[in-house]
Design a protein around this ligand. Sequence first.
Ligand SMILES: Nc1nc2c(c(=O)[nH]1)N[C@H]1C(S)=C(S)[C@@H](COP(=O)(O)O)O[C@H]1N2
Ligand SMILES: [Mo]
Length: 340
Amino acid sequence: MKKRPWQLPESEVTDKAIYLNRRQFVQGTATGLGSLALSAPGALANLKNVEVLRHSFPPRYGDKASVWLNSKVDATRPGEYRVDEDVTPYQYISRYNNFYEFGTDKGDPLDNAVNFRTDPWSVEISGEAELTGVFTLEDILKPHDLEERIYRLRCVEAWSMVVPWIGFPLGDLVKRFKPTSKARYVRFKTLLDPSQMPGQRSTFRSIDYPYVEGLRMDEAMNELAFLSVGLYGDVLPPQNGAPLRLVVPWKYGFKSIKSIVKIEFLTRQPKTTWELSNSREYGFYANVNPEVNHPRWSQATERRLPSSLFSPNRRDTLMFNGYGDQVAALYKDLNLKKYF
Ligand SMILES: Nc1nc2c(c(=O)[nH]1)N[C@H]1C(S)=C(S)[C@@H](COP(=O)(O)O)O[C@H]1N2
Ligand SMILES: [Mo]
């Protein structure tokens, strides 16, 4: 059987062209087809109709999301934060995942989250804020226009990607709920649903559920802290944390919590999932820092995906993942070796 186009290695498919034309080709315009054929002549030249494309490359998660979310994502405007590096191919972003609720192997989330229900979805806002309650995802997103931001993502395991996220600044959401003067931290929680999340049923769990993460209030208000509902021009794939996930590009990936159901404003610093699991290895701050090694490996360099044994694509890790201009001031009085 012929391989589906999105199963080809990235070298055979120009993701960028596909990405830029996705919206066009799903509507079946000639431009979309033209560019797609150009980008992968061997694989795609024989595809005759748009319906084939629609169901082959790439999988369109928008088909599973509601109409209002799709139109919101369609109206995304380019944002100002765009790193000048190649965007990681879609196949890697959507198939090489950490989402332990769906299994611990990198390919598990893709397989096990296919039927994850993200609609209807609600988010509870609670704690030290004037406005609290349970809100539908639509109400959470309504006042926010979406923008695209191309950020680096650096996992604590020393691999990295460049992801074109779609979303809006976390600070804009925080302001709407009017946190009180007592609110000094924000805690986020992922859905707990063992019936849908096999990792939560497993007896050999390395972490406790629900997954929780936290930020200091000034970190949450930083211009870079982002709530994402999409990537690569489409709604978020479930394996990437649909329908709503955090993106904190200057911190290790585990801070960027997925599939959020609760946001709480707290007076005290919350314990976070990986800190609870092993506080010697994972801290609350988790700022990307090439000078502070993980107890079991160096953090000085990283493998930029795609990476292989013969072409490791290794590069130096940057302080704050390259976002020092925006965030270094947050930590000017903090000992980053002690508060890692
Ligand atoms: N709920 C939840 N959120 C999570 C994780 C997880 O296991 N569960 N993994 C984290 C880690 S370790 C990383 S590197 C990123 C990976 O995001 P991605 O799969 O979209 O690249 O998600 C983070 N968010
Ligand atoms: Mo990670």
